[in-house]
Design a protein around this ligand. Structure first.
Ligand code: FAD
Ligand code: NAI
Length: 462
């Protein structure tokens, strides 16, 4: 038995960041992880592998669609799927090994195996019981099941199976037009698959700015993706190589069937708490199956904390990381803080989508007066030169004070541009503060400034 100040369960972005910060603050720290490698969902089967495939398939798309016009002629590249999977795996490996290196550097013990909490102050891994003054549960999430749909991770797959298919399918049916469905759907569409997305609601990416939703769907359609909206999937039938997806259109209850080589089920994720022994420990849960926590990430059991996908809030790696740093500071007697109003969301398709803060819908619901400053990338010289003029920047600011309340961007590098708004919001900036800031020319960032100008006397280039 070993004794620690802190034992973290789970080495995803929440858990590994919490552990590193705990160690940096002088606490003796161990992490329990059951996977073969560190990094959790994000590094092994989430953010990192999906971004590698998005990057590779985007390069192919650029070569096929834009190279010739720039005077780059010759045979366009063909897809060596096996090599693409090797590239993806190498990307995962360098990142997961990087976390192992950081653990060694910070003298964090990796307790290999699946952990449970038999009582406050104790963590069991295999047959061994370890002591800890504080325990942080960062056990993450897993794909939600869909009634009538049996996942075999070969023909009917979750995102995990979709990252290791043995070939690019001819026909891919994606159930759910959320972040996973659209990112991985666009990977396979660019690699040559016929992709049909079946979505229950009438708009893609629920909760997002409606104008972004429309532009996003239109652009994905232009790229060859098909959409069946307002459709409730009833069941799938699969053989070893093919599947059928049965759905009912909500507007008239008519029944339809789609044929597929592969079906990707991407209808959301749920907290993963299996085997932790939370029920016996009497840990309070929310109605949605998340671990309930206080404002300082304490569960109902003293000394046991929880962070990341397993608690409420957006299931995002950076949200888990921020909570990881903050909870470590709380445990070390400092003041950990996460500003939940300024957590960006990014979709890494081309064009990218980035958003932060309030939407028009949330502002209307709150009865708050606001103004909108919008600027199209068609008026941005850099975007036009790079065939990236589709999309816009939209800034929402308080009608009276001009304080920035949110922003929604679809276009080139939206996932980077959104951070200018995040910083502005953290500093309580007004749209005019951004508009008065000199932005280098020619950059995509000028579109952000123009949208800020549009909140005042108007943009220059539209
Ligand atoms: P996880 O990363 O899920 O890590 C939890 C870890 O705990 C796992 O390794 C698990 O093995 C371990 N564990 C669980 N129970 C135990 C136990 N009892 N004992 C020992 N170990 C245990 N988010 C983004 O912000 N950007 C993206 O681009 C992005 N892309 C994604 C793409 C896909 C395909 C998916 C599926 C998710 C993506 N996400 C993305 C979401 C992101 O992966 C999660 O929000 C993030 O990983 C949550 O971190 P976490 O630390 O809470 O949990
Ligand atoms: P999601 O919640 O983003 O989208 C699920 C979609 O499925 C919704 O549009 C929903 O209406 C639809 N749906 C639900 N039931 C359905 C049914 N029966 N038939 C048809 N459609 C149905 O969930 P997703 O895409 O699985 O992603 C899970 C989580 O992973 C997200 O919360 C996201 O935060 C995270 N993630 C983040 C990424 C990023 O930050 N770039 C990338 C990938 C995942």
């Amino acid at each position: 038995m070993s004794s620690y100040d802190v034992i973290v369960i789970g080495a995803g972005p929440g858990g590994y960041v919490a552990a590193i910060r705990c160690a940096q603050l002088g606490l003796k720290t161990a992490v329990v992880e059951g996977r073969e490698t560190l990094g959790g969902t994000c590094l092994n089967v989430g953010c990192i592998p999906s971004k590698a495939l998005l990057h590779a398939s985007h390069m192919l798309h650029e070569a096929e669609h834009n190279f010739a016009e720039m005077g780059l002629k010759g045979k366009s590249p063909s897809v060596d799927w096996k090599q693409m999977l090797t590239y993806k795996q190498n990307t995962i490996d360098t990142n997961t090994k990087g976390i192992e290196f950081l653990f060694k550097k910070n003298k964090i013990d990796w307790l290999k195996g699946w952990g449970s909490v038999p009582e406050a102050g104790k963590v069991k891994v295999g047959e061994e019981v370890h002591e800890a003054k504080s325990i942080i549960i960062a056990s993450g999430s897993e794909p939600s099941a869909l009634p009538g749909v049996e996942v075999d991770e070969k023909v009917v797959v979750t995102s995990t199976g979709a990252l290791t298919l043995n070939k690019v399918p001819k026909k891919l049916v994606v159930i759910g037009a959320g972040v996973i469905g659209l990112e991985l759907g666009s990977v396979y569409a660019r690699l040559g698959a016929e992709v049909t997305v079946v979505e229950f609601l009438d708009a893609i990416t629920p909760g997002m700015d409606p104008e972004v939703q429309k532009t996003f769907q239109r652009t994905l359609k232009k790229q060859g993706m098909k959409f069946v909206m307002g459709a409730a999937v009833q069941k799938t039938e699969a053989t070893k190589t093919k599947a059928k997806v049965h759905y009912k259109l909500r507007k008239d209850d008519s029944e339809h069937v789609l044929d597929a080589d592969t079906v990707l089920v991407a209808t959301g994720r749920k907290p993963y708490v299996e085997g932790l022994g939370l029920e016996a420990l009497n840990v309070e849960m929310t109605k949605r199956g998340q671990i309930a926590v206080s404002g300082t990430w304490q569960t109902s059991v003293p000394g046991v904390y929880a962070i990341g996908d397993v608690i409420e809030g957006p299931m995002l790696a950076h949200k888990a990381e921020d909570e990881g740093m903050a909870v470590a500071e709380v445990i070390a007697g400092k003041h950990g803080h996460v500003n939940y109003g300024v957590i960006p969301g990014v979709i890494y398709t081309a064009p990218e989508v980035g958003s932060v803060g309030e939407t028009e819908a949330t502002l209307k619901e709150a009865g708050r007066a606001y103004k909108v400053g919008k600027f199209s990338f068609m008026g941005n010289a850099r975007a036009k030169a790079n065939f990236a003029g589709d999309g816009f920047v939209k800034i929402l600011a308080d009608k009276d004070t001009d304080r920035i309340l949110g922003a929604h961007i679809i276009g080139p590098a939206a996932g980077e541009l959104i951070h200018e708004i995040c910083v502005a919001m953290e500093f309580g900036a007004s749209a005019q503060d951004l508009a008065l800031t000199c932005h280098a020319h020619p950059t995509y960032s000028e579109a952000v400034r123009e949208a800020a100008l549009a909140c005042g006397d108007g943009p220059i280039h539209s």
